[in-house]
Design a protein around this ligand. Structure first.
Ligand code: FAD
Length: 475
């Protein structure tokens, strides 16, 4: 008689290219998929309603996908160990499969689940799925992890990449199981006011096809920096929740190689692959140096003196700093749960180096809002922006006016998200107005009900440098 096995879905909400599903199906033809809404995660202050809404839609799509295979996706709310033990006992399952995660919380939880299930005589099988190369697979010749991106990238790209896993065939249902309607967002205690993107495997496939098969990827080197353009893939929430497999994404980039006709196209392909590599790099950093979750990678910078003014933080969160490019970006985040990468760098530099606010405040706010919020990428991005992370050239200060003039030269992005300024001429949007040259721009913006700049960039960057160098000097 066939004995069923449990497949515990977490951040792998898909059927295609799923390592744990593939392994579970090799072990038993009766696979019972389950998702557990972990109460500890639901109750965390930085769990974004946007992410939970995306998760729920992805689960609905997954439930539908399983239904088409004749299987039932189960779900529970509670403690994963308790729920898995209970399900395994009810179904007579002797094994549980899952895909691994690198986050400290997940690793601790998984160890506890593994130990608890072992006590009940249930075997656990887990493996790498989220990354093309897991922590421990990309090492220096001396066998150490890389702490700098460029050599990591060189090594990472030279390693052979695995093909996607096929969807297993001929899985048998457990006849007694009935699909339950998923809980609503309100049932889970959330309200989402952001206009978030479509979730699920089909939505991810459509984006991947549009970006790779549609060859937008071959213009990425240029278009990726302009927030008013659709120059990037928008795959981040799907990579966050695993509604697309990373091997499949890589395969789509390989298929594009045949279409390359210029150096720019080649550079674009490589730059996009490099972004996939940044995603993996930050996961490795978190896995190898878990202290980064709460402190600076370079620990001395925990001594950096921040001003942490609550009123300035509030203005930043609300998109009311008086710097149009910063405010447009923060409003994009608040309204849509996503922000363009160029703008993430601008607002993060602004929070830390102009407002002198601890990067962890910004990191937490991003996690509360982002549909793609991911501890490793967000933490890595914030530490990079604050100059306290792995970046070997850490003291970069973005000038918001220069950034706006270069990357939103017609003010299109600013007009989209700061509608009260939409009627002004472009120079009035781009000038900072914190010196005499720009004071006319300031007056025009003021007449639209828009705030004056809350700080002077030149003054603040000097102050930041002084504080930063004080720490450098003490190292
Ligand atoms: P594309 O440009 O199409 O890139 C493809 C994929 O590569 C992305 O979907 C993402 O998975 C990965 N990627 C791209 N750039 C980076 C990067 N710098 N670091 C890590 N992975 C990258 N990304 C997140 O996924 N979650 C976060 O919480 C997050 N927080 C960030 C915070 C800050 C301060 C900064 C500067 C960056 C952050 N990023 C984060 C990285 C990046 O901004 C987003 O991945 C990107 O904007 C997503 O849009 P896209 O899918 O269109 O990206």
């Amino acid at each position: 008689m066939v004995s069923p096995v449990l497949l515990w879905h977490r951040r792998d909400l898909r059927l295609q290219d799923n390592a744990a599903l593939h392994e579970a199906a090799r072990y038993s033809s009766q696979v019972v998929p389950v998702f557990i809404f972990d109460r500890q995660i639901l109750e965390r202050a930085d769990t974004a309603p946007a992410r939970v809404a995306f998760l729920l839609e992805a689960l609905e799509r997954l439930q539908e996908g399983y239904r088409q295979l004749g299987l039932t996706l189960l779900w529970q709310i509670g403690d994963p160990l308790v729920e898995l033990q209970h399900l395994a006992a009810t179904l007579g399952a002797k094994a549980v499969f899952w895909n691994e995660d690198v986050e400290p919380f997940a690793r601790q939880r998984d160890s506890r689940v593994r130990a608890g299930l072992a006590e009940a005589g249930i075997q656990c099988f887990s493996g790498q799925d989220m990354l093309l190369h897991g922590p421990g697979e990309v090492l220096t010749q001396a066998g150490d992890p890389y702490s700098v991106f460029t050599p990591f990238w060189r090594r990472w790209r030279s390693l052979p990449k695995r093909d996607p896993y096929p969807i297993p065939k001929a899985l048998q249902p457990v006849p007694s199981l009935q699909a339950q309607p998923l809980p609503s967002l309100a049932d889970l205690g959330f309200v989402c006011t952001q206009a978030i993107p479509a979730a699920g495997e089909a939505a991810a496939q459509a984006l991947l096809e549009d970006f790779c098969d549609g060859l937008r990827i071959l213009d990425y080197e240029r278009s990726r920096n302009f927030p008013a353009e659709e120059g990037t893939s928008r795959l981040s929430p799907h990579l966050r929740w695993g509604t697309v497999g990373i091997r499949q994404v890589w395969q789509a980039t390989v298929a594009v190689e045949a279409e390359i006709r210029s150096e720019e196209a080649e550079a674009s392909l490589q730059t996009w692959r490099q972004e996939l590599c940044w995603r993996e790099f930050y996961k490795h950093v978190l896995a190898h140096w878990p202290h980064v979750e709460t402190s600076s990678y370079r620990k001395a910078f925990d001594g950096l003196e921040w001003e942490n003014r609550q009123d300035r933080f509030q203005a930043w969160c609300e998109g009311q700093t008086g710097y149009p490019i910063v405010d447009a970006a923060m409003r994009q985040l608040n309204e849509t749960g996503w922000m363009h990468n160029r703008c993430r760098m601008i607002v993060a530099s602004f929070l830390t180096k102009d407002l002198l606010i601890d990067w962890r405040w910004g990191e937490r706010y991003f996690m509360q809002k982002l549909v793609d919020g991911d501890l490793a990428a967000n933490n890595g991005g914030w530490q990079w922006s604050a100059g306290v992370g792995t970046d070997p050239k850490p003291l970069r200060i973005f000038n918001p006016a220069t950034q706006a003039a270069r990357y939103d030269p017609e003010g299109e992005y600013i007009r989209r998200y700061v509608p009260e300024l939409a009627g002004l001429d472009t120079p009035a949007l781009l000038l900072v107005g914190d010196d005499q040259k720009g004071s006319w721009a300031l007056q025009e913006r003021r007449a639209c009900g828009y705030p004056d700049p809350i700080v002077n960039h030149k003054v603040q960057q000097q102050e930041f440098k002084r504080r930063y160098q004080a720490v450098q000097g003490s190292c």
